[in-house]
Design a protein around this ligand. Structure first.
Ligand SMILES: Cc1ncc(COP(=O)(O)O)c(C=O)c1O
Length: 383
């Protein structure tokens, strides 16, 4: 044996953190498959299918001429626009590259291997990713059978080590909103030193009168932070703009964790212009909400059990039949989102939704007729 043989062989794989083994990567919604003779539709990422507002496009173009310079790191004009619109102070706002960056920043300022994170499940897939990356123990609290947060169980999960609690209203992927009274009762049970994030990515689509309204709550609870985005109702997912609303100490903390110059000048300009068309944005969200209600009702008429749908998508709790349903959609050039517990269908063009309704009807006839004949006790509602 010579000296070279006794040298420990260098591993060919760089040593990465062990926590990476504990959660999956984020998996984006798939594009639709090309099928001859059928227009493809992507209903897998909860994007806004309406055409962008022309004024927003113009604002983007006029701010796309100076790529040599960094954008305004403090996003002052956009924050001023938001402060005016929302009735909050400039020091109560931070602008980020989508709400996604906020989720990362929030875990960085609250969580590490000594802390625990509480969030509902199933919910947005980034929650396990960001809290897992921080190394914190994940307390995933199962939703109730109708797709709602179990706030009692979430309150009971709080310990001395709780660093972050996330609520999602409307919940992605199941759809229901939290109610104002239940969230206040919950927050009253949370120790004041524990930060609670209310993810309101889809708030503009929610229509039930007693829904939680983060802006009212955040005034009363200094440990609450709201997560919002221009990706959904504003239809600007490609611009990557989100923002948080919270009391100044939380915002100061977040500003230390966000990426400098993350939001480009063009994105800031597009978002600001969209804010100037607030009424049009809300009208379009209401139009999508009407379509959603009609689509959810049509599915219910076919016999599906659809949970309260309050965002720009509808959830079918298909369980083990999710992959078969996704495949049936793929064959018809429609991409939906299979999340294993069920399938989430984003609201899209009338033609897309009509096609999904046809698929859903055929699917019931093929798959649930079988189940019924196997056992009269097992109906589609129990999958
Ligand atoms: C519940 C929820 N929160 C946050 C986000 C992140 O949004 P974005 O990073 O596009 O602002 C999404 C995106 O789908 C979401 O569904």
């Amino acid at each position: 044996m010579n000296a070279a043989d006794s040298t420990p062989t260098a591993s060919t794989t760089p040593r990465l953190r062990a926590v990476l083994e504990t959660f999956p990567p984020y998996i984006p919604g798939k594009p639709p498959r090309e099928v001859t003779g059928l227009q493809p539709f992507k209903l897998s990422s909860n994007e806004n299918f309406l055409a962008p507002l022309p004024e927003v496009l113009d604002a983007m173009v006029s701010h796309a001429k100076d790529p040599a310079h960094y954008p305004d790191d403090a996003a002052v004009a956009l924050r001023e626009g938001l402060a005016d619109r929302l009735g909050v102070g400039l020091d109560e706002l931070v602008v980020t590259t989508g709400a996604s960056e906020l989720l990362v920043a929030l875990t960085q300022i609250t969580s590490d291997a000594n802390t625990e994170a509480i969030y509902p499940w199933p919910s947005f897939e980034m929650y396990p990713q960001t809290t897992g990356l921080a190394g914190s123990v994940r307390r995933e609290v199962p939703l109730s059978a109708d797709g709602r947060h179990d706030l009692d169980a979430m309150a009971e999960a709080i310990t001395d080590r709780t660093g972050l609690i996330i609520l999602c209203s409307p919940n992605n992927p199941t759809g229901p909103v939290l109610r104002d009274a239940e969230v206040r009762a919950f927050l009253d049970r949370v120790p004041a030193h524990v930060l609670v994030a209310l993810d309101e990515a889809y708030w503009e689509f929610a229509t039930v009168p007693d829904r939680v309204r983060g802006l009212d709550l955040v005034r009363d609870y200094p440990n609450l932070v709201l997560l919002r985005t221009f990706s959904k109702a504003h239809g600007l997912a490609g611009l990557r703009v989100g923002y948080a609303v919270a009391h100044p100490p939380v915002i100061e903390g977040l500003r230390k964790a966000v990426i400098p110059f993350g939001v480009t000048d063009m994105s800031q300009a597009g978002a600001l212009e969209s804010l100037r068309h607030w009424d049009a944005v809300l009208d379009r969200a209401a139009q999508i909400a009407d379509t959603r209600d009609a689509f959810a009702d049509a599915l219910r008429e076919q016999g599906w059990e659809v949970p309260e749908a309050q965002a720009n998508y509808v959830w079918l709790p298909l369980g083990e039949k999710s992959a078969a349903f996704e495949d049936a959609c793929v064959e018809q050039a429609v991409a939906v989102r299979n999340l294993e517990a069920g399938v989430r269908i984003s609201i899209g063009e009338d033609e897309a939704l009509a096609r999904v309704l046809e698929i859903a009807e055929r699917f019931r006839a093929e798959h649930f007729a079988e189940v019924r004949s196997e056992s009269a006790e097992v109906g589609p509602e129990s999958v």
